[in-house]
Design a protein around this ligand. Sequence first.
Ligand code: PEP
Ligand code: CO
Length: 479
Amino acid sequence: MFGAPVSSLHFCQDGQVCRQLNVHTETQTAGAAGQWSPSSWQAKPAAQQPAYPDPEALRRVLAHLARLPPLVTSWETDKLKEQLAAAQRGDWFMLQGGDCSESFEDCESSAIASKLKILLQMSLMLVQGGKRRVIRIGRFAGQYAKPRSTDLETRGGLALPSYRGDMINAAGFSPAERTPNPELLLRAYERSALTINFIRALIEGGFADLHHPEYWELGFVANSPHAAEYTRMVQSIGDSLRFMETLTGCVLADINRVDFFSSHEGLHLLYEQAQTRQVPRHTGWYNLSTHFPWIGDRTRALDGAHIEYFRGIANPIGVKIGPAATPDEVLALAKTLNPQNEPGRLTFILRLGAAQVDRCLPPLVESLRRKDTRVLWCCDPMHGNTETTRDGIKTRRFENILAELENTCRVLKDCRAHLGGVHFELTGDNVTECIGGASGVTEADLTRDYRTQLDPRLNYEQAMEMALLLARLMEQKGR
Ligand code: PEP
Ligand code: CO
């Protein structure tokens, strides 16, 4: 059993005492150097963890969570790892997208179906442009915890804990709403289960059938300046399918279902630990709350708790890489998180900012190449291009997002590597949060339908356009 005596309490990177280090669970073993267990991270400094006022309530919730059934299976995560290995070889391409942060409020059928539709539509374009199969990973069914730059938010002289995502506290500005509440962990788990259940049912029922791409059309597709190009693409895919079926005399059954995987930032380590399981006939430990957990740019410290936790799970995992990452650090991350150099295990999600790619990326690629280290290079063109308008609204410009994609693709190719995936913050709704794109959202439009609590997302038309332009880029580059 492991329990931190008061004198060994660790400090988070943001200076906050991680009180929950005192929480015991059945499976804990002390984290002697090199030895891993689902709780060995508790001996390391854990950044970005909430401070719960009632440790006993937290302990009860975690014990409950640890008994609840998993949300995904180890077979699914192993399958995803194989597909990511194929993307590393250049045979597949990964598309990951969804909200910056899911909200409990939006756990309803039309919002979930819209997210599925936009990812399906984008993936069709990428298949067409890249001539490769596409792995679809939603940033959903668990994306409920957020890193924040400050622990406290002050309004009119009142300082309260920052909002850290619906899994931790509520966005409203009152002491009751902002106090971290462990019951919300259960609510997040349940909503993740509801979301994943609905997605599985839709897919099982033929929603993602390539014979019927018209099922995925969102209401306002006709207004999009790219509607005609998209419709032409879809028709040509339908024609090719029918041609093959006529030729072979059989229905291409495998085509009427596509795979969908879930992902979220593995930020709240007590939650992730509670869903970390051993599975009969499989070796190792799996995080069964999601297929593809990732480590954020702010929590990837080599000696920190997140790296310790992630190094021991068997899932395919991602790490966000910002412009401050050094070549040595990136190499050490790869060695720690994937010591066997296993294909498909590790994805680096670059989020350097359009203007930093040319300077930052080549030395990173080179340091991995020198040691023959395998990773999948993915581009998140959102998080390095966030800005605040004169009116204090957080936004991103379409042209900068596109420029980061183009630059990353070009630089990787020049370094004899390749872009194997993309990561977007987007929504199937027609919000006005990002500026630009052919539909012409301007700075003045931002207030019209700005809904996000956190980062600005591409709206439906912007996401479609981005996918079309990316498909063209992939066509030109031949990979
Ligand atoms: C995010 O993906 O919402 C996020 C916080 O990203 P990053 O870790 O890259 O800053
Ligand atoms: Co974000």
